[in-house]
Design a protein around this ligand. Structure first.
Ligand code: OFO
Length: 180
């Protein structure tokens, strides 16, 4: 996995420098968003193999969203003259027992991401980095939206069920949530 982004400090005279602790946490978050993009792409590929075209389209579009979350962090680091460093990424899981299990894993993953964002926000407050605190509010709102979205998918799976035509209906409903 290659390092694709480097920002030097020389052109950033007068720009507010971030504390090392904050840069390290933002870089950790870049790695997590990047992993999320891969996780959802791998899950989309699994859904395709199960002929779940709606879920596959939704997960692929969600992978694009995660990639944009990563890019946003990258831009922010670059704007402050800090360096974005990309680390090795672990392989995402590729097999799921059912659509329900796949979305339960999504929910688990997003809850972990919410905790990481909360920790970042908390650290910004204790370090009095109010600009990064403000920047991160977008992620706080995004995590709320995502947890709500994935919980609503899990609720639909429970209400409709996945036996017989239920699975077809669930897949169609999930497909409607894909970014057009
Ligand atoms: Fe799944 O959300 Fe990024 O941050």
């Amino acid at each position: 996995f290659k390092c694709i982004a480097r920002a030097t400090c020389s052109n950033f005279k007068g720009v507010r420098m971030l504390k090392e602790k904050i840069v390290a946490l933002l870089n950790d978050q870049i790695a997590l968003e990047d992993y999320s993009a891969n996780l959802y792409l791998a899950m989309s590929s699994w859904a395709n193999s199960q002929k779940l075209s709606g879920a596959a389209a939704f997960l692929e579009s969600h992978s694009d969203d995660e990639h944009s979350h990563m890019r946003k962090l990258l831009t922010y680091l670059n704007e402050t003259g800090a360096r974005a460093v990309f680390s090795e990424m672990s392989k995402p899981p590729c097999e799921y027992a059912s659509i329900k299990e796949a979305f339960e894993k999504v929910m688990e993953h997003e809850k972990m991401i919410t905790e990481k964002i909360n920790h970042l926000v908390d650290t910004c407050l204790s370090e009095k980095d109010f600009a990064t605190f403000h920047f991160l509010q977008w992620y706080v709102a995004e995590q709320h939206e995502e947890e709500f979205l994935f919980q609503s998918i899990l609720d639909k799976i429970d209400i409709i069920g996945t036996d017989g035509r239920g699975l077809f209906m669930i897949d169609s409903e999930i497909g409607k949530l894909a970014n057009k």
